[in-house]
Ligand binder design. Sequence first.
Ligand SMILES: Nc1ncnc2c1ncn2[C@@H]1O[C@H](COP(=O)(O)OP(=O)(O)OP(=O)(O)O)[C@@H](O)[C@H]1O
Length: 286
Amino acid sequence: MYETQTNAIEMKHVTKKYASFQLEDVSLTLPSGCIMGLVGENGAGKSTTIGLIMGSIRRDAGEIFVLGQDNTKKEFDAVKEDIGVVLDEAYFPEVLNAVNVNQIMKHTYQRWDEKQYFDYIKHFSLEEKKMFKDYSRGMKMKLAIAVALSHKPKLLILDEATSGLDPIIRDEILEIFNEFTREEDHTVLLSSHIISDLEKISDYIAFLHQGKLLFCEEKDRLLEEYGILQVTEEEEKDIPKEAIAGRKQGKYATELLVKRSKISDAFEIECAGIEDIVLFLARKGE
Ligand SMILES: Nc1ncnc2c1ncn2[C@@H]1O[C@H](COP(=O)(O)OP(=O)(O)OP(=O)(O)O)[C@@H](O)[C@H]1O
């Protein structure tokens, strides 16, 4: 056993090089009890980051602690029992059904909760006897989520786990994740392209762009810090350069992503959502 940690995940200056991609100097902290949304375009490095955290991908440099344990040490094997993982490709053998999966998991996880598992199966409307190969993508993800939640993990890591699910079930699943973190030492890291989902439930947002972590910040601070300003060419001259975090040229006006603290109150600044912030900053990065 290990003590409850204040941080569920700590990445310090982590680098991973592939032939045509590099995850560069990523430092990220996810405090226990919080939900972090990981966003980034296709190929930004989200799955690589999750693989590095799980220890399935070897880092080239840096340190990673998960639930307080360095994930390169053999003691990390014991910690894995406390991590529920759902990857973007569901991974059960094709001929198994939900009942068979229960039999296997019972012998895999010490704290497997059979009742909870079948409650989720029912809740997700999954047919117990249907073979995995006959599941739709959404059903596969639901089964994987049911498994991840049923061995009493402390940390849930989900890579694109809600993509392919309809909005109603996505909403229910987000609520389940929310519910999960009501317990103080329960933490969630989830990646998604559906930024509105992440904005809905995350305490922290981490934004990866082309292998670089552009920010890892409390969501509320991001929403407070940034705003959108519509200006003409003339008006833009009065805006301090350091206030401009991103720029989009419209047909009649320019849209700026601005830092509220660096700009006079006289300007009429609109609210920026996480999606706006991410899109502006991604464009700036290019
Ligand atoms: N084993 C590997 N060998 C070489 N390159 C790899 C390997 N795994 C991933 N990459 C490359 O690393 C980059 C990041 O991939 P990754 O899967 O982490 O992105 P992602 O942000 O999860 O993308 P998506 O949203 O499309 O799932 C890509 O350019 C990918 O081709």
